[in-house]
Write a new protein. Structure first.
Length: 126
């Protein structure tokens, strides 16, 4: 399951990264008129998508590790988003409250995928 979800996350993040560069879908750097994006934000999505795809292709262990790290990182990004509010994270990445709340959801889902036992017959998830 983690492997398939990593591949799915990879495709979605690549798609979001690409769509962020399409002016018709991101007028005034507002993807779908909801999420504040800029070139740096889009590149982060593209890189995340590539890493997720590689993790998914690497197997279940790699996918679970990806989601564990990804969940922690996105959780930290969400906290930073609440601190910064509408503005630039680390002086580079566009952010607004819609982004921040989406990062919270992504972090929670990722942590669940990464840490909750899959229910399979393997002796250890680590």
């Amino acid at each position: 399951m983690a492997k398939t979800l990593a591949l799915l996350f990879g495709v979605v993040f690549l798609l979001i990264g690409i769509l962020g560069f399409v002016p018709a879908l991101a007028p005034n750097e507002m993807l779908l008129n909801i999420f504040h994006v800029n070139a740096a934000h889009n590149v982060v999505h593209l890189l995340t998508g590539v890493v997720a795809l590689l993790a998914g292709m690497g197997g279940v262990g790699a996918a679970r590790t990806f989601f564990r790290i990804f969940g922690v990182v996105y959780g930290l990004v969400a906290v930073l988003g609440f601190v910064v509010g509408d503005g630039l994270l680390l002086g580079l990445i566009a952010n607004n409250m819609a982004d921040t709340w989406l990062h919270v959801v992504i972090a929670l889902v990722s942590l669940i995928i990464g840490f909750v036992p899959s229910g399979g017959t393997t002796a250890s998830a680590f």
